[in-house]
Design a protein. Structure first.
Length: 131
């Protein structure tokens, strides 16, 4: 029985060593990833500083405020007037269509073809000849 226990202990000990070795490998990968993230963060900070220097030394908050002001000016000076003009054009078209509908109700459909119009004129000419 002692020999079976010794074999089991050796097997479990080998598995533990393999797990520790695998764990060490994974930790090395993670430390490499952490180092890469630190390098990327440093590069981003350097790019932010370069951007700030390119902006003439202004900070990013000031740049953001100016960009927001520009967007607001575009909204009030361009977008809203275009929307108002579109609304006025739509209202004009609807009013015009409503007026044409009223004209059609009173005078009928005046979208006659040339032949129909010529027959109508000839008919009216005969009627006025008789008077």
């Amino acid at each position: 029985m002692n020999s079976v226990l010794n074999i089991n202990i050796r097997v479990i000990s080998g598995q533990a060593r393999a797990a520790v070795k695998e764990f060490d490998g994974e930790m090395k990968k993670l430390s490499g990833t952490a180092a890469a993230l630190n390098r990327a963060q440093a590069a981003a900070a350097g790019a932010g500083g370069a951007f700030s220097r390119a902006m003439g030394g202004k900070d990013l908050v000031g740049f953001g405020k100016n960009l927001q002001w520009t967007g607001r000016q575009l909204e009030y000076s361009f977008t809203l007037p275009v929307l108002a003009a579109g609304g006025a054009a739509t209202k004009w078209a609807l009013d015009n269509e409503r007026a044409m509908t009223s004209v059609r109700k009173v005078y009928g459909d005046f979208g006659m073809t040339i032949e129909t119009r010529n027959r109508e004129v000839a008919s009216l000419a005969k009627t006025f000849e008789l008077l």
